[in-house]
Ligand binder design. Structure first.
Ligand code: NAD
Length: 361
C-alpha cells in the first residue's frame, strides 16, 4: 500500500481525494497546506495520519512514497524538483509549470531521481474521451480530418464555491501565468488537441479581453482572455483544429463543479464523433455519439461524473508506480502541452501565426 501525500488541499483537492478512497494500492497518508484552518478541516474529513504546514517537512517523512502537488502554478517547479530529489514519485497538476525552462528542470530532476513524474490531466481519464480515442484510433470514423472544441463558462453562482484565495492567485499573472482561459483551462484543450490527433505544427489565435465582473475563478474586475478563437494545423498532413471559448455570464450551467461546459467534435473521412459535455454535463445529450453510414448512435448514454476522471487518475498513478510504467500525462507530454499553450499566447499577443517550435526549443 503506497502512502500518498497531498501538497495543497484547496478546491480541486476535493476530487483528487476520490483517487485514494477505496484505492487497493494506495491511501492518502499526509496532507500539507499553509492554511491552518483548511488543513485541520481536511485532516478530519479525510482521516489522514499526518499534517504539515511546510511541504519540505512532508518530504523528510520517509513514510511518504509519492506526492500529489495541487498548489498554484508558480510553485509547481520548486515543489516537484524538491520532491523528486527527496526520492518521492510526483503527480503535479496542470499546467506543468510557467515556462519551458521550468518544465525542463522538472524533467531533469525526474531522470536524476529515477522516480515517476506525471502531469495529472484528468480529461485523459474521462470515459467518453477515452472511448472516443479508442474508436478514432480503431478507424471507426475513418482518418481524422478535423477537431473542434468549445468551452462555455456560465454564471458563477452555479456549481462549486471557489475559495477567495484561489481567485486571488489566479488573478495574478506572476503566479498563474497569462490567461485564465488560454493558459489555465486551455491546458486541457491543448492536451485534447494532441491526445486525439497528434503533434501541432502552428497556431493562430484571436484573444479577446473582457472584464470579468463575476467569473468563478477570478477576482471581480480582473481582465479575462475571452472571447477567444484559436485554430491550429497538425504537422503531419492537411489537418486542422479549432477551439473557441466564451463567457456567457447570465447562463445557467447545470454543474456540481465548475460552471463550464466543454464539447468536442471530431470529423473523420467516414464519420463524426461527438463528446457532448464535460464538467457541467452533456447538455441533455448522450455523453458520446457517433455518426456513421447515415446513422447516429449513442455510444455512451449517461454522462460519467467529473470526479470519476480524478478517481481513475489517482488509481492509475499508484498502479504506474507499482508497475514501473508511465502514467498519463508523461512529463515530456506535459512539456509539449505547455509549449503549445505558450505558442497560442504568443500568437494572440503578436497577432500572427506562430510555429510551435518557436517556443522553448
Ligand atoms: N484538472 C483540473 O481540472 C483542475 C481544476 C482546478 C485546478 N487545477 C489545478 O490545481 C492546482 C490548484 O488549484 P485549486 O483550484 O485547487 O487552487 P486553491 O487555491 O483552491 O488550492 C491551492 C491550495 O494550495 C495551498 N498552498 C499555497 N501555497 C502553499 C505552500 N507553499 N505549501 C502548501 N500549500 C500551499 C493553498 O493554501 C490552497 O489551499 C492548480 O495548479 C490548478 O491549475 C486543475
Amino acid at each position: 500500500m503506497l502512502r500518498i501525500g497531498f501538497v495543497g488541499a484547496g478546491r480541486i483537492a476535493d476530487v483528487h481525494y476520490e483517487g485514494y478512497r477505496n484505492n487497493p494500492n494506495a491511501r492518502l497518508y499526509a496532507v500539507c497546506d499553509t492554511d491552518p484552518d483548511l488543513l485541520a478541516r481536511r485532516a478530519g474529513e479525510w482521516g489522514v495520519e499526518r499534517t504539515y504546514d511546510d511541504y519540505r517537512r512532508m518530504l523528510d517523512d520517509p513514510r511518504v512514497d509519492a506526492v500529489e502537488i495541487i498548489t498554484p502554478h508558480h510553485l509547481h517547479r520548486s515543489m516537484t524538483v524538491d520532491a523528486l530529489d527527496a526520492g518521492k514519485h510526483v503527480s503535479v497538476q496542470k499546467p506543468m509549470a510557467l515556462s519551458v525552462a521550468d518544465a525542463d528542470a522538472m524533467i531533469d530532476a525526474a531522470r536524476r531521481s529515477g522516480r515517476l513524474l506525471r502531469v495529472i490531466e484528468n480529461y485523459r481519464y474521462h470515459a467518453p474521451f477515452v472511448k472516443a480515442k479508442e474508436l478514432l484510433d480503431g478507424g471507426a470514423v475513418g482518418e481524422p480530418v478535423s477537431i473542434r472544441i468549445k468551452s462555455l463558462t456560465g454564471n458563477a453562482r452555479h456549481g462549486w464555491d471557489i475559495p477567495k484565495g484561489a481567485q486571488d492567485w489566479r488573478s495574478d499573472p506572476a503566479r498563474a501565468g497569462e490567461g485564465s482561459m488560454v493558459f489555465d483551462h486551455g491546458q486541457h484543450i491543448w492536451s485534447l488537441a494532441r491526445y486525439f490527433m497528434g503533434g501541432v505544427e502552428s497556431v493562430f489565435a484571436f484573444m479577446g479581453r473582457e472584464k470579468a465582473e463575476s467569473f468563478h475563478e477570478l477576482r471581480p474586475g480582473t481582465l479575462l482572455d475571452n472571447p477567444t478563437m484559436v485554430s491550429w494545423k497538425y504537422g503531419d498532413a492537411n489537418r486542422y483544429g479549432s477551439w473557441d471559448a466564451v463567457y456567457s455570464g447570465d447562463m445557467v450551467v447545470r454543474s456540481r463543479y465548475y460552471p463550464i461546459y466543454v464539447w468536442t467534435e471530431i470529423t473523420g473521412t467516414s464519420g463524426i464523433l461527438w463528446v457532448n459535455g464535460f464538467i457541467g454535463g452533456g447538455l441533455g445529450k448522450p455523453a458520446l455519439e457517433m455518426y456513421r453510414d447515415g446513422e447516429i448512435t449513442s455510444i455512451i448514454g449517461a454522462d460519467s461524473d467529473y470526479a470519476s476522471s480524478f478517481a481513475r487518475a489517482g488509481r492509475d498513478f499508484a498502479e504506474a508506480i507499482l508497475e514501473g510504467r508511465e502514467s498519463e500525462m508523461t512529463d515530456e507530454e506535459g512539456r509539449e502541452v505547455l509549449r503549445l499553450s505558450l505558442a497560442v499566447i504568443r500568437s494572440g499577443r503578436e497577432r500572427r501565426e506562430v510555429v510551435v517550435d518557436e517556443v522553448g526549443s
